[in-house]
Design a protein around this ligand. Structure first.
Ligand code: NAP
Length: 337
């Protein structure tokens, strides 16, 4: 099979290789992948910045993929050849609270990922694709969508009475916008350009703020809530945004810490959190049960993932460069022939 393999760190070490076709063992299935999607994490992995455990060479990249079952291993009863499936980010975390031993072997970082034609999955590490989604759309879901779902539905039970603030137009933030709107919430969304703000409005954002023009965007968001503050900030910026996020959030509000696109560490006066009784919680995707709940909600609300551009597998380096340039809105995807 063809696979895009990171021979070593850096974009220049990414190359197409011919590898032996894998075969499923007992309790496993072989999936013919048709699509994959990129996440900010793939850029960190290529740079060797995805934690001390990440593989630094001979790694098939990308955590998110979708395809159809091509072969069934011994003892597997719940799937058949031809079923359309999407992979889980954490293959062992089925349900309940996270445990170290359940968070192992995440694809495209610790284990081989989805930038290839065939991949073996444990039969309980995949889920069926909602009928209205294409393979490309389904491939956008395992990391960004599930993380947004956990922020909007698990870290905080968002409903019509709530105001949610999202940051930027990347994968996680657009899913958070879509899930918050599906729950009936009011959404305030920030971005870096007028064109992207227009896209946010067309996707349902009630209010938009250009964070490049308005350094005090947190204060502006609070004003939009008549001084009360927002209930939830989906925090993907990290160090460069959290002070404004705190500014925007109501007394007792929730800030799920998700990402670091605007920096990983900072000096933060902690009384800002304690005196405002904020619930600042780490979010690391979710389990398979939550993924299944999210897929049902996507089907029920007919949510269409926002696909920015689709590149062929051979152009994965170009796709990663496009993601790094930050011009995208939504998900950058890969089609696999
Ligand atoms: N904890 C988890 O489970 C988890 C899971 C998935 C992702 N993440 C993390 O979440 C972050 C986002 O991931 P992603 O895949 O959605 O990234 P992405 O698709 O690459 O999106 C990044 C976007 O962030 C926006 N941005 C950049 N600087 C910003 C700033 N100062 N303020 C507001 N927005 C800013 C930009 O949009 P605009 O140009 O519109 O501003 C940019 O396109 C990453 O740090 C990633 O590692 C964490």
């Amino acid at each position: 099979m063809k696979a895009m393999v990171m021979g070593g760190l850096g974009l220049s070490n990414l190359a197409l290789q011919d590898l032996p076709d894998p075969r499923p063992g007992p309790g496993q299935v072989l999936v013919r992948l048709h699509a994959a999607s990129l996440n900010y994490r793939d850029l960190l992995t290529l740079d060797g910045k995805y934690g001390s455990m990440q593989r630094r060479e001979n790694l098939i990249l990308l955590s998110d993929g979708a395809g159809e079952i091509a072969e069934i291993g011994a003892g597997v009863k719940e799937w058949k050849v031809g079923d359309r499936v999407v992979g889980c980010f954490f293959p062992f975390w089925q349900n309940g609270e996270p445990q170290d031993y359940l968070l192992r072997d995440a694809p495209g970082g610790l284990a081989d990922g989805m930038a290839c034609q065939y991949r073996v999955f444990n039969s309980d590490a995949i889920l069926p694709i909602p009928p209205q989604l294409s393979f490309v759309e389904a491939a956008t879901l395992p990391c960004a969508a599930l993380t947004a779902w956990s922020a909007v539905r698990a870290a905080h039970k968002t409903g019509p009475e709530h105001v949610v603030l999202t940051q930027g137009t990347g994968g996680v933030s657009l899913f958070a916008l879509q899930f918050a709107k599906a729950a009936g919430a009011t959404v305030i969304a920030t971005s870096s350009s007028e064109e992207k703000l227009r896209r946010l409005r067309s996707l349902g954002a009630d209010h938009v703020i250009n964070y490049r023009d308005d350094a005090e965007w947190g204060k502006t968001a609070r004003k939009l809530t008549k001084g009360r503050g927002v209930d939830l900030v989906v925090e993907v910026g990290g160090a460069g945004t959290i002070k404004q996020s705190i500014r925007a959030t109501k007394l007792g509000g929730t800030i799920p810490l998700i990402g670091v696109v605007a920096g990983p560490s900072l000096d933060l006066p902690l009384p800002l959190i304690t005196m405002n009784l904020l619930k600042v919680v780490g979010v690391a995707l979710g389990n398979r049960r939550q993924f299944a709940d999210m897929l049902r909600a996507i089907e029920h609300h007919a949510i269409k993932p926002v696909v920015d551009r689709v590149f062929p597998l051979t152009e994965l380096p170009e796709a990663l460069a496009w993601l790094q340039a930050g011009k995208h809105v939504g998900k950058v995807c890969i089609e696999i022939d």
